[in-house]
Design a protein around this ligand. Structure first.
Ligand code: SAM
Length: 285
């Protein structure tokens, strides 16, 4: 049998992960990014941008459940949600499961990601793009948060790593804009990399967010194809109580939501805010 093509992730110099490519479904330079979607026997369909794994069918549920149900159940009464990035549609899928939400806006810089993920990763969006509550804006997220007159209860920055188009979503300008457009008791969360390998990114985000938000921290989960250990999710709000809800409140809200999840549960919610000492030490500087 001819040797299979291998796809190598290039996020880290000198080490990383690789996937056998069983079938390339799509590849394009979208004008913003080098997008590839291929099939891999172990992980299902894989989408990568600029050489970095963005999502796989097999483990995407961990990341998307953690980035939606934690801020939304912590808020408890969210009606308007802003997703920055998220072009594969799975974040939208999970947000739209919350019946109390009236408005979901997604600001995605690359229309190509939406188009090709709708077609080649249908299990990610699962029709969520047709939700009547949903509006898609094609723009750089930093432009939108600077200029919009709208306000939101929860902002989810589902962006790439801070390289290329994703860089602007890790700037003070972006964080200031997010703070400006959050309602009272609003919550901002963002993917902030695998802290064992991208610790500086977490430290930088923590410092910059601290200029605008009263309560800044992280929560975490291990997502297998975000290589190298736990992924840290940035958390920022002006109400520290939102990050310290007691387990019974979280459990009551989860039950009332009617959600069934494959990773998230109330114990995971409470436990995910516990952080490794090396990160806590780095955050105090
Ligand atoms: N789950 C992935 C992760 O944690 O790395 C992120 C997945 S999602 C595909 C990342 C999305 O962010 C992509 O669709 C990309 O086009 C979008 N993106 C990158 N930079 C952006 C920007 N400045 N504004 C809006 N969207 C952006």
């Amino acid at each position: 049998m001819a040797d299979k093509e291998m796809w190598y992730e290039t996020l880290h110099a000198g080490f990383g992960q690789y996937f056998s490519v069983d079938n390339v479904l799509y590849r394009e330079q979208t004008g913003h990014q080098d997008l590839i979607i291929f099939e891999n026997a172990a992980l299902g369909r894989v989408m990568a941008l600029d050489g970095v794994v963005q999502t796989t069918e097999r483990d995407e549920f961990i990341y998307h459940e953690m980035m939606t149900h934690i801020p939304l159940l912590a808020h408890g009464a969210a009606e308007s949600v802003l997703i920055i990035g998220g072009g594969d549609g799975a974040m939208l899928r999970e947000v739209s499961r919350h019946q109390g939400i009236k408005k979901i806006t997604m600001v995605e810089i690359d229309a190509g990601v939406v188009t090709f993920c709708k077609q080649y990763l249908p299990n990610h969006s699962q029709g969520a793009y047709d939700d009547p509550r949903f509006t898609l804006v094609i723009d750089d997220g930093v432009n939108f948060v600077k200029q919009t007159a709208e306000k939101f209860d929860v902002i989810i920055s589902d962006c790439t790593d801070p390289i290329g188009p994703g860089e602007s979503l890790f700037t003070s300008e972006f964080y200031a804009g997010c703070h400006r457009i959050l309602h009272e008791n609003g919550i901002f969360v963002a993917q902030n990399g695998v802290c064992f390998l991208q610790q500086d990114e977490a430290v930088n985000s923590h410092r910059k967010l601290g200029h605008y938000f009263k309560d800044v921290s992280f929560y975490q989960a291990a997502v297998p194809t975000y290589y190298g250990g736990i992924m840290t999710f940035a958390w920022a709000s002006d109400n520290p109580a939102l990050r310290q809800l007691d387990a019974s409140t979280i459990a009551k809200r989860f039950t009332a939501s009617g959600l069934t999840c494959r990773y998230y549960n109330p114990a995971i919610h409470a436990g995910s805010f516990a952080l490794p000492q090396y990160l806590l030490n780095a955050l105090v500087g």
